[in-house]
Write a protein that binds this ligand. Structure first.
Ligand code: PRX
Length: 652
């Protein structure tokens, strides 16, 4: 058992790293923090030189234009992401090192290990084939694949060509894919015939075909995973394995200026349509490399398992680029955490001797429910470091994770970041600490955040405020919203002039730590996934019998939050359970099962201001049984609140 230095406080514990952890860790003192504080640009410039192979060095490490959002890192430098993730390891003689240990869902399928050389060979072939299909620098490629190695291979093949990938989570619907393909104007989709979920093969191709109906799509490359009999369009569809067989063995990487786009990733904002977050190449890769290395203290002997799907930013940075840039070993799992039983994840940790494990609080809460007998069945003693991401973690989940999974040995690294930030920004480092339940920790060296009140003034220690980033902005930060500069400026740069607005609330705590309390906009975190109320309302409103709807989050024991829909039906429609089911199915089709409402209430009216704006705050209060629902006198229809109280069973 590691010797923790535990400080007892009234409400919680503060853990500091043991001597053994400090000895092993890349960073165990304040030097990096001091260096980053003194001159953040110099700090990152040095880190970029140390971490990556650049074809051409930059003219300026950081350039800040007149407007805060006009910033660039490593101006004039040339780099290729795939070259850095693969070629240079091969050149350094590490081709035989394991890159990906892939665990399929069916237990009778054998795990497959890819060395760096194997990955390199397959990526080169795929990139050659894509080039023959006409994919060039700057083109967009949509990737709609499950957790199979081909998803990483496709991302790397795209970046090898200097093209831009846009991954769409495979559990999103065909309509969601189509929206993203249309917005990005993708030439190519890479997908699969299907994948396994809870023992069943699911047809992914039929969804992909909805995306492929977008006029920009010239070709669809299909990975054979399940051998399901799928629909085939002879004009567009090509089997992945057949293409690779014929493809050239080597494809020259296309080096791009550091600020060229590496990928788009669509995420929910406060409006109905997800927005394409734009990430650049050199800055993103620099932050991916250093945060992976230092947050998880990765060494050659480690096996890193980030459980996030590559469809989310966590999977991009910590399930693809970060570990591969480092030449590290990572594990990838195809399936559901509880298939064939709730011990599956812990069996994988034990079988493969995972040392660093990174997951979401929602998963931890689910495992608490399953019971201690599942992790207790397996030897988890190889674990050294645990991480969490995606939403605030509660004390109970933190302590259970720390004790039951980490055996009280492993620091819990609570990483705060966003799709927009590209990499982690707030978390304590394993060799420095402190580790405090519910507190993310310190700002990553070389980055700076402050907490502001409504007027944009800094709040005092211990008080809540809006979390904002101070320039120079971190190298991994987004560079835009794809083809929508107005939205980019309005969303992130307007509320607090001069700063990046995170849309999160937070509290500054002792030891220079920050506790992030959650979103302050109309988005919610459902099982760690970001969802906007407007996006869901839009989808529900498209149902033929729906007149209007209002969606608000309700606290949920496992998922953190679930969406609850208040639905107003059209005149002729009758409220029924069957109609509820139909609306749920409709949401599945429009967005995907991750957005399913936990509850649907058919109502006559929802509270509105005199100008007709829905007062979601009141609906949220009703669901949380808030004593104070706020001032109702300014409403156009205050009487509806009493009716709603009965409908939702309000008890305050
Ligand atoms: O509210 C914060 C929450 O997740 C949001 C970002 O969501 P997304 O772009 O989907 O990215 C999730 C994975 C990086 C943030 O605005 N969030 C993320 N990590 C934490 C968190 N809230 C509290 N603690 C965290 N560690």
């Amino acid at each position: 058992m590691a010797k923790w230095v535990v400080e007892d406080r009234k409400v919680k514990h503060v853990y500091w790293p043991s001597d053994a952890m400090k000895k092993r860790a890349w960073i165990s003192d304040e030097s990096f923090y001091r260096e980053g504080q003194k001159d953040p640009v110099k700090f990152w410039e040095k880190r970029a030189s140390e971490a990556l192979d650049w074809k051409k060095k930059w003219k300026h490490a950081y350039q800040q234009g007149k407007k805060p959002w006009q910033f660039k890192w490593f101006v004039g430098a040339e780099i290729n992401a795939c070259y850095n993730a693969l070629d240079r390891h091969i050149k350094a003689g590490s081709g035989d090192r394991e890159a990906i240990v892939w665990v399929p869902e069916p237990t009778d399928d054998k795990p497959k290990t890819y060395t760096y050389k194997m990955l390199y060979d397959e990526v080169n072939r795929l990139a050659s084939a894509m080039k023959k299909l006409g994919v060039r620098k700057g083109d967009r490629v949509s990737i709609y694949l499950p957790m199979i190695p081909e998803v990483v291979i496709s991302m790397l093949a795209t970046s090898r060509l200097g093209a831009i990938h846009s991954v769409c989570f495979s559990a999103f619907s065909g309509e969601s894919l189509r929206d993203r393909v249309d917005d990005a104007n993708s030439k190519l989709i890479i997908t699969a015939d299907g994948y396994y979920r809870r023992g069943k093969p699911l047809d992914l191709k039929k969804n992909a075909d909805i995306g492929a109906s977008a006029p920009s799509v010239k070709h669809v490359i299909v990975v054979k995973r399940t051998r399901l009999d799928v629909a085939w369009n002879k004009k567009k569809d090509l089997w992945y394995h057949e293409l690779l067989k014929k493809a050239d063995k080597y494809c020259e990487p296309t080096f791009v200026e550091s600020n060229e786009k590496l990928f788009l990733l669509y995420t929910s904002g406060t409006t109905g349509k997800p927005k394409g977050i734009v990430h650049d190449t050199g800055g993103y890769l620099t932050q991916a490399y250093w945060t992976t290395k230092l947050d998880f203290d990765l060494h050659d002997s480690d096996l890193f398992w980030c459980t996030a799907d590559v469809g989310w930013v966590t999977g991009h940075t910590y399930g693809c680029y970060g570990p591969l840039l480092l030449g590290a070993r990572m594990l990838m799992f195809e399936g559901a955490p509880d298939y064939p039983d709730p011990g599956r994840w812990w069996k994988i940790v034990a079988d493969h001797k995972v040392t660093v494990f990174y997951t979401a609080p929602t998963a931890i809460r689910m495992f608490i429910k399953f019971g201690d007998q599942w992790p207790e069945k397996y030897d988890l003693s190889t674990l050294r470091i645990l991480g969490t991401v995606g939403e605030p973690i509660d004390v109970e989940a933190w302590m259970w994770y720390f004790r039951k999974i980490g055996g009280g040995r492993c620091p819990v690294i609570d990483t705060w970041w966003q799709t927009e930030t590209g990499g982690t920004l707030i978390n304590s480092l394993p060799g420095v600490g402190p580790f405090i339940p519910t507190v993310s920790g310190r700002m990553f060296p070389g980055t700076h955040h402050i907490l502001l009140d409504e007027d944009g003034d800094e709040v005092k220690m211990g008080q809540g405020g809006y979390l904002a980033q101070v320039p120079p902005f971190a190298p991994g930060m987004l560079r835009g919203v794809y083809r929508n500069e107005k939205k980019y400026i309005d969303t992130y740069w307007s509320r607090f002039p001069g700063y990046y607005d995170t849309s999160d609330g937070a509290v500054m705590r002792e030891y220079e730590t920050i506790r992030v309390t959650g979103r302050v906009d109309d988005t919610m975190k459902v099982a760690g996934h970001r969802l906007s109320t407007a996006e869901l309302e839009n989808a529900i409103n498209k149902h033929k019998l729906v007149r209007e709807s209002a969606v608000v989050p309700k606290p949920h024991e496992i998922k953190g939050e679930v969406p609850v829909a208040f639905v107003l039906l059209k005149g002729q429609a009758k409220a029924s359970d069957a109609l509820k089911q139909e609306i749920v199915k409709h949401v599945d089709k429009m967005i995907g099962p991750t957005a399913r409402p936990g509850e649907i209430y058919f109502v006559e009216d929802v509270p509105k201001t005199r100008s007709g704006k829905i007062m979601r705050r009141i609906l949220r209060g009703l669901l949380k049984n808030d004593k104070d629902l706020g001032n109702l006198t300014t409403l156009m229809n205050p009487e509806c609140v009493e009716v709603l109280k009965k409908i939702v069973g309000y008890k305050a």
